[in-house]
Design a protein around this ligand. Structure first.
Ligand SMILES: Nc1ncnc2c1ncn2[C@@H]1O[C@H](COP(=O)(O)OP(=O)(O)OP(=O)(O)O)[C@@H](O)[C@H]1O
Length: 915
């Protein structure tokens, strides 16, 4: 179903028609009736009559307005056959409300009714058409309503297309060609054309339509070839044993032609001249209806004389009506079909050949991009009878097959074209021509593929449905473009099927189209009929585009025409490249009134085009601005999204790194602190021990334990270094701090070792009380400094953690730098503490030196007979082996005082040694 919002197609108008049908009572969302009607107000019959009356004026004004007239869509309902009635096909599902409105009610077994029962579709549909023709409408009446006006337009130089659309077995072929005594639109149109051209035919065969809308002059040999071909074709139908009526049953139409021929003797004289040119070949056929009026034909026609549609009075009145003065007309016809997406010439192929064996025709574009069927047979006809014969030949070649719905179903789209060459008076070299065309297209019927059992029928049905679907898409796209002029136009998919490509010109301003929708009232095909009607509802909304014939090129060509050599306007395709721009002729030769008229038309055209371009420019500008804004906004959003993602990623990455760093640092510092605590505790314990043991016992004291090298710690720092080396500059700063800390630690270790050395020295005998007190003081000071150092290290750790937290919270380098500066300060303080410690140790060293000197002096004052002094670090038990004399010397006393047992208190030592 159509999705367009702006149009009234398929619009629910339940509110409007509620009075007619009643509502569901339960406030159901779905309407019971869907109104399917043109978006614009359709013309009333009165309006149509007025339009018909005004004739050319109406035509002119419509074109000047730029073509705002809507496409006409006629509906024809065929009667039910007896067999169908017996089958119960008549269920009242098709109801004509008035000349324009049709109401469809879903029969009980239809898909539509099932959908309606499920509440997903309405079961009543209302459609509006240009005019509805019921089952009782005769062929003549239908012709009057539809084709008659078109014939007049074509003879005035316009291009027209009439095509039938509908499901299979709905009466399309009947409408176009007719059966039996009921001639269809096409034979009637042919009769009408020749009736109007009575006495105005150009019988010479030297002008031929070529390409899309061009005319070509033939040379004598080409004329001869054309005559032979034409005679051969017409002879095919002149089988003496077979009358027209017997073959086709178009007796009524033949009778029309006969009547018209009998009343137009002048025309025969023209045709007779041409027959003479043909050297007598096929004279009996070429001389019009008289030529084929064999006894049997005439008899049949005379028998049917009661049902003649046109009487001679009306014909004589209408002959020559509305035709340009002095212009003569040459009528050419062609007939081809589109079968399984291949084009076949119906006038060229022997009927015995199957469609697939016939050579297909090519569809080409001329230099203006207009499609035309290459090598298509065009036959000049000089009477309705000849045209009718050509139609019969083509019909014999057409693809028909018996389907379950129609025993004689068209399996192809057949296209019959009548081209009228308007030959202006003058000698041949001065003659110029225009061309107009009436195309009648009998479309194959849409059908359900599943109903087709045979493979060939199935393939045909597929191709038929596809091409009809493409036609529907083209019409939808055209309507969309017309309804949304401010928006960029949709591409109309003309090229998606051969059918739409062939008909393209009639939808693109080269002419006008008119649609006949055929339906049958059978309940069994209700769903298909509904779809066909929905499709046609879209077509009713189409407006004819501005005719290309109002365009500047056309007007200029009109002005140029008399001055141009006719042959130059009918060049072959190959010669057309050369062009003829520089041969426009002398415009001073034109009639001033014609020039003024042309100027007015040109002015209006310029104004129209200017308005069109301005509107287009405005809409293009608006669209470009809108699209640019959209793009910019999209880019902005994209950038900010990317930025956010990047930021989140970087933050996450650095957070991870900082966490790792934090953990490593924490581990490292806690380990360091533990180690230091251990060392300090050890040192303190040792010092206490020394203090309690006294100076004499220092000899036996084991050296202080070495500060254990901490491989774990080093490894940790190495890991830390490796983890930090890849980080950014902030982490580099942290590394630097850590390196400094390592350095500090190394220095600390060194100092500690030095301190221990001095402690070892302190264990030398005979320290004086002052020296010991001083050393104790210094050591206490050193311990304090160590404690201070430890506190500093802890603070530094805290500071570093704070710095890390600062890094986590805010990636800004500034804050990190602050934190690192604070860490630097702490380090500086630590350095200072270390210097102080160093100074203290120096003092200790100096004291020790003094002490050593004192000891040396003491030794010097000792009597020479005295035994040598025992080593400073003699084992504790060795004191027992000394001599009694040695035991009484002051040095021995000092040594004794340092021995662990009995533990002497420092105060007696200080009392005995006096510095
Ligand atoms: N208006 C009418 N009056 C009387 N009989 C009709 C009318 N329209 C159609 N018929 C008959 O209905 C039958 C089917 O018509 P027709 O073959 O024209 O259908 P179709 O739409 O061309 O089918 P298909 O698409 O299969 O070719 C024919 O027997 C035809 O004579």
């Amino acid at each position: 179903d159509e999705e367009e919002g702006g149009a009234a197609v398929f619009e629910s108008t339940a509110a409007d028609v509620a009075g007619l049908m009643g509502s569901r009572g339960c406030g159901a969302a779905l309407p019971e009736i869907s109104l399917i009607s043109p978006g614009l107000e359709p013309p009333t019959p009165q309006k149509q009559k007025a339009q018909l009356k005004t004739g050319m004026e109406r035509q002119g004004s419509a074109e000047e307005e730029g073509g705002s007239e809507r496409v006409k869509v006629y509906l024809r309902i065929r009667p039910l056959t007896e067999a169908e009635k017996e089958k119960g096909e008549e269920q009242g599902c098709v109801c004509v409300q008035n000349e324009e409105t049709l109401m469809l009610t879903a029969p009980k077994n239809s898909y539509n009714m099932k959908s309606s029962e499920r509440g997903i579709a309405p079961n009543v549909h209302k459609f509006t058409f240009t005019q509805i023709s019921g089952p009782e409408t005769t062929q003549q009446e239908f012709f009057e309503r539809t084709m008659k006006e078109m014939v007049g337009d074509v003879l005035r130089g316009e291009n027209r297309l009439l095509y039938t659309y509908g499901v299979t077995n709905s009466g399309k072929t009947y409408t176009i060609q007719g059966t039996g005594r009921e001639a269809g639109l096409l034979p009637r149109a042919l009769v009408s054309v020749f009736r109007k051209l009575q006495g105005r035919l150009y019988g010479t065969l030297d002008l031929k339509p070529v390409l899309c809308q061009e005319v070509r002059w033939l040379n004598s040999s080409e004329v001869r070839a054309e005559e032979i071909r034409r005679d051969g074709l017409l002879k095919e139908t002149c089988n003496p044993g077979q009358s027209i009526a017997e073959t086709t049953g178009y007796a009524g139409e033949e009778r029309e032609a006969l009547k018209w021929k009998n009343s137009s003797r002048k025309e025969e004289s023209v045709v007779s001249q041409n027959s003479r040119l043909q050297g007598g070949a096929g004279v009996s056929c070429d001389s019009g209806i008289g030529g084929i009026s064999t006894a049997s034909c005439t008899a049949t026609q005379l028998e049917d004389s009661d049902s003649v549609c046109l009487d001679s009075d009306s014909m004589s009145q209408s002959a020559g009506e509305g035709l340009e003065e002095g212009v003569r007309f040459s009528v050419w016809v062609s007939f081809f079909e589109i079968y399984n997406e291949f084009l076949y010439d119906l006038l060229d192929a022997p009927p015995s050949l199957q469609p697939r064996k016939r050579p297909p025709l090519r569809l080409c574009d001329d230099r203006h991009g207009n499609p035309y069927v290459k090598d298509l047979t065009w036959v000049q006809v000089r009477s309705a009878d000849e045209a009718w014969k050509v139609l019969r030949v083509g019909r014999r070649n057409q693809s028909f097959a018996s389907t379950h719905l129609n025993h004689n179903s068209s399996r192809s789209h057949s296209i019959f074209s009548i081209r009228i060459l308007h030959v202006h008076p003058g000698s041949q070299s001065e003659q110029s021509t225009r061309i107009s065309e009436l195309t009648v297209c009998d479309l194959a019927g849409s059908e359900r593929c599943k109903d087709q059992r045979s493979g060939e029928r199935m393939k045909e049905a597929n191709n038929i449905n596809t091409s009809l679907h493409t036609l529907g898409r083209c019409i939808s796209a055209l309507r969309h473009n017309q309804n949304n002029r401010s928006r960029p136009p949709m591409v109309v998919p003309f090229r998606d099927s051969k059918l739409t490509r062939v008909l393209q010109g009639f939808f693109s301003g080269r002419g006008r189209s008119c649609m006949v929708v055929n339906i049958n009232p059978c309940a069994s095909t209700y769903d298909e009929t509904l779809q066909a009607l929905k499709f046609s509802a879209i077509a009713t909304q189409l407006v004819h585009g501005p005719s290309t014939k109002t365009r500047v090129a056309y007007i200029l060509s009109l002005l140029r025409e008399p001055a141009l050599r006719a042959s130059e306007s009918t060049l072959m395709e190959e010669e057309e490249e050369e062009g003829s721009e520089d041969e426009e002729g002398d415009i001073t030769m034109f009639d001033s009134e014609a020039l003024l008229r042309a100027i007015n038309v040109l002015k209006r055209e310029v104004q129209r085009q200017r308005q069109e371009k301005e509107a287009l420019e405005a809409s293009v500008r608006e669209q470009v601005c809108g699209e640019m804004m959209e793009i910019i906004t999209r880019m902005e959003n994209d950038f900010s999204e990317t930025l956010e993602t990047q930021r989140a990623l970087v933050e996450e990455r650095y957070e991870d790194k900082l966490n790792t760093l934090q953990k490593s640092l924490k581990r490292f510092y806690s380990q360091e602190i533990e180690d230091r605590d251990e060392q300090i505790a050890q040192l303190t314990a040792e010092l206490k021990e020394r203090r309690t043991a006294g100076p004499g016992e220092a000899v036996g004291v084991a050296p202080p334990p070495e500060v254990p090298s901490n491989p774990d710690g080093l490894r940790r720092s190495q890991r830390l270094a490796s983890s930090c080396s890849s980080s950014s500059s902030q982490v580099g700063e942290l590394n630097r701090v850590r390196a400094e800390l390592d350095q500090c630690r190394a220095e600390l270790l060194e100092k500690t070792q030095e301190l221990r050395r001095y402690q070892g020295l302190l264990s030398l005998p005979a320290p004086t009380g002052t020296l010991t007190a001083s050393v104790d003081r210094k050591l206490e000071e050193g311990q304090r400094n160590l404690r201070q150092l430890r506190a500093d290290l802890q603070r530094l750790g805290v500071d570093l953690q704070a710095a890390e937290r600062a890094c986590c919270r805010n990636t800004s380098g500034e804050r990190l730098r602050h934190a690192l500066t604070a860490a630097d300060d702490t380090l500086a303080k630590q350095d200072q503490s270390l210097v102080e410690l160093q100074n203290s140790l120096l003092l200790v060293k100096m004291d020790l030196r003094k002490k050593t000197e004192s000891l040396a002096q003491l030794q010097a004052q000792r009597p020479p007979a005295a035994p040598p002094a025992p080593p400073a670090r003699a084992p504790a038990g060795r004191g027992g082996a000394r001599s009694p004399a040695a035991r009484n010397t002051p040095y021995a006393r000092v040594l004794r005082s340092r021995q662990p047992t009995p533990p002497p208190s420092p105060s007696p030592l200080r009392r005995r040694v006096n510095y």
